[in-house]
Unconditional design. Structure first.
Length: 486
């Protein structure tokens, strides 16, 4: 068997050697640096009259998750425009003239609902910037009014949101009336590197029948947010009672990141899943404040008690249920999906792409019986792979193409001040300018040291002091000379 990696759950899951995966990944990235866009499957980069120069601001502390990293890198890999990156959170300094860019985008890792998550230096620069400003947002339900004020304050004109289109007017009607454009996108897509299904083992050789990593979402995320925990808790109880091989966890220190996650999925016959998002809109943070006050007063308060007292009257006012990137990852590794019944952005069909599980577990016996049928599982997973992954209908190229077109339309609309400089960012990309400005070709380049510090802090520091240490590290990091620490 190939080498193995110790996963976050303390188990060994089969996987390809890490060095070969990293080397393979770097070879793909190196093919698309600077002007060398020679990959045969690249889009036509002559789209429009000229390529736009686009700056993407992001939070480096989230790059350890595959979904965030793949989302960010997809634009450098597939866009017809020139994308550059810069850290834009907390105390990061703004060392560049934003007028050198046609567009400045804020990635969803910069939480617009958290005050001062965006660096004050970049906030000031963005207010003065007269080009196109765009925002990617997820978790629209969290302190929604703060996000709306964030959009108004910075003068953002185009927003890429995961909100289903029918729900957008109900949430952002006032901003729509002010001329802000909202474009619906998915929470994540299929990265090219997963299409080879290199992590998938033969179904009959998979050691774990059901593997899952859930999460304990805040109580104020409501019933939908609670499902990620409840499906894992109930299924683990069922599997242990029936002596079925499972590896189901939901604690944060049991989560698995990077390629080890794909390796873990590749050793599971099936994984669990629910629709993503929350249908409880905490417009001004009052619901969260009430729940936190109750938990301080009586820490043993249960979810059902909180739901009956505060959450129930706010839940399900607006439906935002949607598909999660984790579902695409499972399909790419040819792992069967056991999902709570739902719509899943109208992408998946029950018994065609997944096994539906009733939320009361009434059909759990039928679902578990299917896991013993290897031929059925192979047919189910192969069909899902061909229709969802191999078809390219939900690849990151689809997202990037949509964003490229929307940015081009926004720049040429006549409502935005065009740049007056004659040179492109590529021509200005001297080593000295890059080092001085903090511009990055790829979002990973300046974060290796940060990531090591973060990992060490998570291992060594008590959970209670981590937020304070994180802020202190970001303050210091924002004042370090980037060129010396790369």
């Amino acid at each position: 068997m190939a080498e193995a990696i110790l996963t976050g759950c303390g188990r060994y899951a089969p996987f390809r050697p890490f060095r070969s995966i990293r080397a393979e990944r770097l070879r793909v990235l190196e093919k698309t640096t600077r002007e060398d866009h020679t990959m045969t499957d690249q889009p036509d980069r002559s789209f429009g009259s000229e390529r736009l120069d686009v700056l993407m601001l992001y939070d480096p502390w989230w790059l350890h998750t595959n979904a965030v990293r793949d989302y960010l890198e997809s634009f450098a890999l597939h866009s017809c425009h020139r994308f550059r990156y810069a850290v834009g959170t907390q105390y990061a300094p703004c060392r560049m003239d934003l007028s050198r860019f046609d567009v400045v985008l804020l990635h969803y890792s910069i939480r617009s609902c958290i005050p001062d998550c965006l660096s004050p230096a970049f906030a000031r620069a963005l207010r003065e910037y007269r080009g196109v400003k765009g925002l990617f947002i997820q978790d629209d339900f969290d302190a929604t009014n703060l996000t709306k004020q964030f959009i108004r304050d910075l003068g953002i004109r185009v927003v890429f949101t995961c909100m289903p289109e029918p729900a957008i007017p109900a949430v952002y009607g006032d901003l729509l009336g002010a001329g802000v454009r909202f474009i619906n996108v998915l929470t994540g897509y299929v990265p090219d590197r997963l299409k080879c299904a290199a992590f998938a083992r033969p179904m009959g050789a998979r050691q774990i029948w059901i593997g899952y990593r859930g999460r304990v979402n805040p109580l104020w995320y409501g019933r939908l947010g609670r499902e990620k925990l409840e499906i894992g808790q109930r299924m683990r109880e069922v599997c242990r009672a029936r002596n079925i091989s499972c590896d189901i966890e939901w604690a944060e220190d049991r989560r698995i990141y990077g390629d080890a996650w794909y390796s873990f999925l590749g050793d599971c016959r099936a994984t669990l899943g629910t629709e993503s998002g929350s249908n409880l809109f905490d417009w001004d943070g009052q619901v969260r404040a009430a729940v936190e006050a109750q938990l301080r007063k009586r820490p043993a308060t249960t979810f059902d008690e909180v739901y009956d007292a505060w959450l129930g009257k706010h839940d399900n006012e607006i439906a935002t249920n949607q598909i999660s990137p984790r579902i695409f990852e499972a399909i790419a590794t040819r792992t069967a999906l056991i999902l709570y019944e739902g719509r899943y952005s109208d992408i998946l069909q029950p018994y065609v792409h997944y096994l539906p599980l009733r939320k009361d577990f009434a059909n759990v016996d039928e679902v578990l019986a299917r896991l013993a049928d290897v031929d059925f599982l192979e047919s189910l997973t192969n069909r899902a792979f061909e229709e969802i992954v191999a078809s390219d209908r939900y690849s990151y190229r689809v997202l990037v193409r949509l964003v490229d077109e929307e940015l081009r339309a926004e720049v040429t609309s006549g409502d935005n001040e065009r740049r007056t400089r004659g040179e492109t960012i590529d021509n200005a990309d001297t080593a000295a300018w890059v080092a001085r400005s903090g511009i990055q070709m790829w979002p990973e380049e300046a974060t290796n040291t940060e990531r090591r510090i973060r990992q060490a802090a998570r291992r060594l520091l008590p959970r209670s002091v981590r937020p304070t240490i994180k802020i202190a590290l970001e303050y210091v990091w924002g004042r370090l000379p980037w060129s010396r620490v790369r």
